[in-house]
Ligand binder design. Structure first.
Ligand code: DQA
Length: 148
């Protein structure tokens, strides 16, 4: 199983960014833990963070042909704005889970809307880094898709 983990804008600042909302775990710690869980399961995992919408679109497009079988994505603020990320995920037609560290539904109304959720296999929010782990465990339990 080959899994791609995507992180959107400002998630590079995890650890120091609004710790009362996002906690104190850094992105490097989250990625290291996910890589270790995947390795223990005999899966391969790559992580990519960008503050740029186009770079995320490019990485999603690349997933179409690089062997990726499942995507775990925290689109961060692009969740609430990005038709481009939605279209990219629809175009590659790979199963994905949307993750948010915070419970977006307890927050400002503009965070209640996602451009991605209806395309996702599932959505996890409010569990902090445990949400990424839950998404990864789900992905690892899925049968790999045959190559196109
Ligand atoms: C977030 C929630 C988004 O509303 C916000 O813009 C983020 C992070 C989360 O993980 O809780 O940057 O996706």
């Amino acid at each position: 199983m080959q899994i791609l983990v995507l992180h959107g804008p400002n998630l590079n600042l995890l650890g120091t960014r609004e710790p009362s909302v996002y906690g104190t775990t850094t992105l490097a710690q989250i990625d290291a833990e996910l890589a270790s869980i995947a390795a223990d399961a005999g899966a391969s995992l790559s992580s990519f963070q960008s503050n740029h919408e186009g770079a995320l679109v490019d990485r999603i497009q690349a997933a179409r042909t690089d062997g990726t079988q499942f995507i775990v994505i925290n689109p961060a603020a692009y969740t609430h704005t990005s038709v481009a990320l939605r279209d990219a995920l629809a175009a590659v037609d790979l199963p994905f889970i949307e993750v948010h560290l915070s419970n977006v539904h307890q927050r400002e109304p503009f965070r209640h809307r996602s451009y991605l959720s209806d395309l996702a296999v599932g959505v996890v929010c409010g569990l902090g880094p445990a949400g990424y782990r839950a998404a990864l465990h789900y992905a690892l339990g899925q049968a790999p898709r045959p190559a196109p």
